[in-house]
Design a protein around this ligand. Structure first.
Ligand code: GLY
Length: 555
């Protein structure tokens, strides 16, 4: 695929008007995979200039905020995990927070009926953004100055870049919502419609990025940018105020870490449910010799589905922001508990979410984007960030040029009421001022012989942990190639609704066998956009998912 435009201005070794999408590449020293070729190339260039994986991850996230506006962001939040060459592990939480004026029933009408339009679109759906605080918190592990890492994003915003066919279609698909949500048509709206090859220039965003370059974190959370955010909120029903912005902090947490048949898996802890779901699912299948059942065999799919069912039932009941609720973490991952959870698993017979709920705990507490990076020193970074669904709240901060998230919908707006991903939550994930909403993002790193082996993650709402679960098993149990592990059709079960979602192209014979066991299935167009790096025998192999413009770079 090649995109060209008349203009031929270059952004330091990267031509934003003429680029190709590369799906698979191998190298010796380092690699970057992300949702956009220009962002991946920015990361590669940072590695080649002596930056480490953290430097590259910071630069890629900033570039994605420009070239992948549906999910890349500075108005959203995310999670970042790293395994450093000295053996340290890092988990950074820069998830959005509920504003101080948020309240438990803020999306319910006088009859107690949820109004999902308010939690999913417009100013009231936004949590306090965390991305910029997260990037500055990760600078502690970086080598290069921040000004160097943000400059490619500034250039891409200021001089523009060529839209791919998918991006043009995606922007056109949200045109009406952009028009109805914003008082003036934002830069993302083109009256005649975007087409592949058009140039998107974002001058207001460039100005915001320059303030961040020059003033640091305060260039976003205070001063002019904060003024523009608060002014945008005041235009309608937004409630984010100056204090919410000034008081936002990223938090360094203890990563989820567990062993699976000798591999060490590292992922994100709460407030993302992703790492915990991955751990529960992997440990529930670990002693059942799943590799011998065969890739996408009915028996293997059933086993994974039943693990997913039980894990998502626990998610709904027990998981929330650990700074606000007591989560019974030790029990949820204990071998005894997980063995007990699978006690009623019957091979060949569908489980039932009416009878299989959350486990008994003794007293104790869609659109997203992922990037994977490794460097020549052995550092690995896996980061997933989000605006929630495509283009988040569709609110573009006027004068600042960036899109605000609609992450408030990831809270349980009312116990038992599903969010946009159909996920049910309860008390543990109820809204409270300053609380972080539960996430499913699952950035993951797998170590083999104590060295990074796989670096992976994906967008996809609640399908994130189950896609990561499959990607890892596809490699270490079913011996698939990296390309097949990423690209072959995926499936998903999340307890409620009690149905297996199967991706287009999933083998009909397996679906038929699952129906025979008593399962219901629904077809999905596509599940996830997985970015995978494998390091083995001195070769770095990087794969970008075929489902999008995802691109892999290596050297
Ligand atoms: N907004 C999707 C997630 O955090 O899981």
């Amino acid at each position: 695929m090649q995109f060209q435009a008349a203009a031929q201005k270059k952004t330091k070794g990267i031509n934003p008007f003429q680029f190709q999408i590369q799906k698979k590449v191998t190298g010796r020293y380092g690699a970057v995979v992300s949702a956009h070729p220009l962002a991946s190339r920015v990361g590669l260039s940072i590695l080649q200039q002596g930056g480490n994986a953290v430097d590259a991850a910071i630069a890629v996230q900033l570039a994605l905020a420009v070239v992948h506006p549906s999910a890349g962001n500075i108005g959203g939040g995310g999670f970042f995990i790293a395994r450093l060459s000295d053996g340290r592990t890092v988990a950074l939480d820069y998830r959005e927070k509920a504003p101080g004026r948020a309240s438990r029933d803020m999306y319910l009408d006088s009859m107690g009926k949820p109004n999902m339009a308010l939690s999913q679109d417009g100013r009231l759906s936004s949590g306090v953004p965390g991305t910029i605080a997260g990037l500055f918190a990760s600078m502690k592990y970086a080598k290069l100055p921040f000004a160097k890492l943000i400059q490619p994003a500034i250039d891409l915003a200021e001089k523009g870049f060529t839209l791919t066919e998918k991006e043009a279609a995606s922007l056109n698909g949200s045109k009406q919502e952009f028009q109805t949500t914003n008082s003036n048509p934002p830069v993302f709206v083109k009256e005649a419609g975007w087409k592949a090859g058009d140039t998107l220039i974002q001058r207001d965003l460039a100005g915001t990025l320059k303030r961040i370059r020059d003033l640091g974190q305060k260039g976003f959370y205070e001063g002019e940018t904060a003024r523009l955010i608060v002014a945008e909120m005041k235009k309608a029903n937004g409630i984010i105020g100056y204090d919410d912005l000034k008081n936002y902090h990223a938090i360094e947490r203890k990563p989820v870490q567990f062993n699976y048949k000798g591999y060490e898996i590292i992922s994100m802890p709460l407030p993302s449910s992703g790492g915990l779901i991955l751990q529960q699912c992997m440990k529930m299948v670990e002693d059942r010799n799943i590799g011998s059942l065969g890739f996408q065999s009915p028996a293997a799919v059933q086993l994974m589905v039943e693990a997913e069912r039980r894990s998502f039932a626990d998610r709904a009941k027990y998981l929330g922001d650990p700074d606000f609720v007591k989560v019974p973490l030790n029990t949820l991952v204990s071998a005894t508990y997980l063995k007990e959870r699978m006690k009623d698993f019957v091979p060949g017979l569908a489980g039932n979410s009416k009878s299989i709920g959350a486990g008994m705990i003794p007293h104790e507490s869609m659109e997203t984007t992922h990037l994977s990076v490794v460097d020549k020193w052995g550092n690995a970074v896996s980061a997933t960030t989000t605006l929630n669904n495509g283009y988040g709240s569709k609110t573009v901060i006027e004068g600042a040029g960036f899109i605000m998230n609609d992450e408030m919908d990831d809270f349980s707006v009312k116990p038992g009421v599903p969010n946009m991903f159909g996920a049910i939550g309860g008390e543990a994930n109820a809204i409270a001022p300053g609380k972080r909403m539960l996430s499913s993002m699952t950035p993951a790193i797998v170590l083999k012989n104590h060295r990074p082996y796989l670096v992976t993650g994906t967008p996809g709402g609640t399908t994130i942990p189950t896609s990561v679960f499959q990607t890892i098993l596809n490699i270490i149990e079913f011996n698939l190639s990296t390309e097949d592990a990423v690209n072959l059709p995926k499936f998903h079960h999340q307890w409620l609704p009690d149905v297996i979602i199967v991706e287009q192209g999933f083998p009909a014979v397996t679906i038929e066998a699952l129906h025979g066991m008593g399962y219901h299935t629904n077809k999905a167009g596509s599940i996830g956009r997985t970015e995978l790096i494998r390091i083995s025998n001195g070769t770095v192999e990087a794969v970008g998912d075929k489902r999008g413009d995802d691109d892999a770079e290596a050297y």
